[in-house]
Design a protein around this ligand. Sequence first.
Ligand code: F6R
Length: 251
Amino acid sequence: MIRIYLEEDHAAMSRRAAHIIAAEIHRDPSCVLGLATGSTPIETYKNLIEWNKAGDLSFADVTTVNLDEYKGLAPDHDQSYRYFMNTNLFDHIDIDKDNTFVPNGLAEDADMECAEYDELVESLGFADLQLLGLGHNGHIGFNEPDTCFTKETHVVDLTQSTIDANASFFESAVDVPRQALTMGMGCIMGARRVLLIASGEGKADAIYKAFCGPITPECPASILQLHNDVVVVGDRAALSKLLAEELTEEV
Ligand code: F6R
């Protein structure tokens, strides 16, 4: 089942998403959260930090598994996803960092690292709640449009559109790593519940294709139509194409 929350703007989207994550932690204080990086979840994380600081939410027993990491970036590189998670969330909450996992971008044997990451996620019983952002090309994690869905955590070549979208975080596009380690669809679909967040008009097309289009690896997020518990939280701009369709249907 897919439930869609329409929120007025990015702030309301972030607040709704944070409430859903907090509710999961209240349900099970030792839950496993699958987490994402990128610009979309930053404000969601800010809300969680605020509630943690206010004493309303504790991460003391929570375990986290992140979706992906750039290949070749050290954990302390300021563009690595480990660094992102530390600075945007983990450094500011009461989580035990030993219980936070991000693929190691510097692993000598990246394929082995991927296999071990799958084993880790499986040994944790998969995520109770997997947070996802959405790429303009419909990617989730770094599962880029392809001819098939990949089940395992794997090394992926980033598409030019992803490199361009992420270039603003680096000094220039040439500095963006060309490869990443990403959870595959097995870990993502294994999560008990998936929470996908999207904001801005730039995501409207991808949202529409993911949830109204055919299930195809050309739009990786479309696989979520096969998951039995998906919550989409989007702002009005991101959901605009979905809304346009619904309004047309009503007429
Ligand atoms: C990040 C990730 C990516 C992003 C997606 C959207 O861990 O897995 O799939 O969620 O690229 O990025 P933003 O939020 O920057 O638009």
